[in-house]
Design a protein around this ligand. Structure first.
Ligand code: AMP
Length: 453
């Protein structure tokens, strides 16, 4: 992946990992451990607890997955039905799926079994997988508790426990669920807590969870990232959508993640963009798991150039080398701005983050600029003329209950007047259809079998 991630340091072979794991790492194309891996792996192999300040994009997943696989392998124990030996809790379904993918990538040469479970999909396949026995269970809290309640999982054999993205777990209101789950774990175990931020609440959670932990901190690359070109456009709320369409066309953006504040806003914007001839899908907590997975896959593969997301849905998404992020609305919490723009400029590649800021958001902008300790440059909107007020008012609203123009998977539903336009219309549609776009840097996309950390 990046030269930035692979800064000079120890080699993987120096960390003490078992040969089959080193083989898998090498097959994933990794040359050197990332800073968090170099620091966390030896500590975890020695059996210690870990408190880590790191977010997605640092290689943290391999940082905990590799030592987990090593230790489970080393302390061999027979696999027992419904009784996992390691539990990894993540806040979102997408992150759970990504972590499980990593477990499989790095564990492909070892005889350990893993499974993932989250809500929004049937219980029965999960029950069957648990019955057959798994060593590593990756789960979101709500669904895990459902299984605990039905006694389809027994957490009394957990030797290693990971709480991933703990800050987001708390933001999402999972604290009580987490405490209930902790109460079901055996006292003797190895614990890891990963968090991008450290509020008093996280510290309190960490104090109760971790036993004399090692501490590893990886710089918040985003906060300092010079790789993200940040711009603000001051624009009236009602002109934002037109400006977004204009920017996408003018710069011929092929892959852009757009943040809205609400689920409803995400849906509406995706529909409106589709009406403008720009294929877009929305991803948020109210979508079915199948729709979310499809939308994400279409976006990653370049079939749908615009993904509109809420903060929670987008958190933790690992999309290689995402070139553009747009804040259609500024987040209420300044830290979320940093998380959002952290979706781009990753892995040593340049990225752009554009924020569309209306008058009533100027206060939020001030808060963000104070947090990142710099002022964000104001952009000019060359060639953009906001449509006259009357035209905006005349635009038909989709009556409640009528089907959206485009579903979350990006399929075009029949509309009265499709309006393909330059850049993203049918003439150029092939660029956005079957083929993933050409990537810069080392060009490795996840679909090319790289796995993730
Ligand atoms: P994570 O922070 O765990 O979400 O990982 C971010 C990305 O880094 C994933 O796409 C991984 O495939 C990649 N990655 C993890 N470890 C390494 C490494 N040592 N060298 C190169 N890429 C890596």
């Amino acid at each position: 992946m990046s030269s930035e991630l692979n800064s000079a340091g120890p080699a993987f072979a120096d960390l003490g990992l078992a040969q089959p794991l080193l083989r898998a790492v090498s097959e994933a194309g990794y040359v050197n451990p990332t800073p968090i891996q170099a620091q966390a792996i030896p500590l975890l192999l020695a059996g210690g607890d870990l408190l880590a300040a790191a977010q997605t994009g640092t290689g943290k997943t391999a940082g905990f997955t590799l030592p987990i696989l090593h230790r489970l392998l080393e302390n061999h124990a027979p696999r027992r039905s419904r009784r996992p030996r390691c539990l990894i809790l993540t806040p979102t379904r997408e992150l759970a799926a990504q972590v499980q993918e990593s477990v499989q990538t790095y564990g492909k040469h070892v005889p350990l079994k893993s499974t993932v479970m989250f809500g929004g999909v049937g219980l029965n396949p999960q029950i069957r997988a648990l019955e057959q026995g798994v060593d590593i269970l990756v789960a979101t809290p709500g669904r895990l508790l459902d299984h605990c309640g039905q006694k389809t999982v027994d957490l009394s054999g957990v030797e290693i426990f990971v709480l991933d993205e703990a800050d987001r777990m708390l933001d999402m209101g999972f604290i009580r669920d987490i405490r209930r789950i902790l109460g079901l774990l055996p006292k003797q175990r190895q614990n890891m807590l990963f968090s991008a931020t450290f509020s008093d609440e996280i510290r309190e959670l960490a104090d109760g969870l971790l036993n004399n932990p090692g501490y590893v901190e990886v710089a918040r690359r985003n906060a300092a990232s010079e790789l993200v070109d940040q711009t603000v456009h001051l624009v009236a709320q009602e002109h934002k959508r037109d400006l977004l369409t204009h920017l996408i066309r003018q710069h011929d953006w092929r892959q852009v993640l757009v943040f809205t504040r609400t689920k409803h806003g995400a849906n509406r914007l995706a529909e409106k963009l589709a009406e403008d001839g720009i294929p877009a899908a929305a991803i948020h907590g109210n979508k079915s798991q199948a729709a979310r997975t499809k939308a994400l896959a279409d976006f990653k593969d370049g079939r749908v150039p615009v993904l509109v997301a809420t903060d929670i849905a987008a958190r933790g998404l690992d999309i290689d080398q995402l070139p553009h992020v747009v804040n259609f609305e500024l987040p209420n919490v300044p830290e979320d701005y940093v998380h959002r723009i952290g979706r781009t400029g990753r892995a040593g590649n340049a990225g752009s983050a554009v924020s569309l800021v209306a008058k009533d958001e100027l206060k939020l902008l001030g808060g963000i600029e104070r947090l990142i300790k710099r002022s964000i440059q104001r952009g000019t909107t060359e060639g953009f003329t906001p449509p006259p007020r009357r035209e905006i008012e005349k635009r038909p609203e989709r009556p409640r209950g009528t089907p959206p123009v485009r579903d979350a998977g990006g399929r075009q539903a029949p509309t009265g007047q499709p309006k393909p336009r330059a850049g993203l219309g049918p003439r150029n549609a092939s660029r956005h259809s079957a083929k993933p776009q050409q990537r810069q840097g080392n060009g490795r996309s996840r679909s090319q079998g790289g796995g993730r950390g």
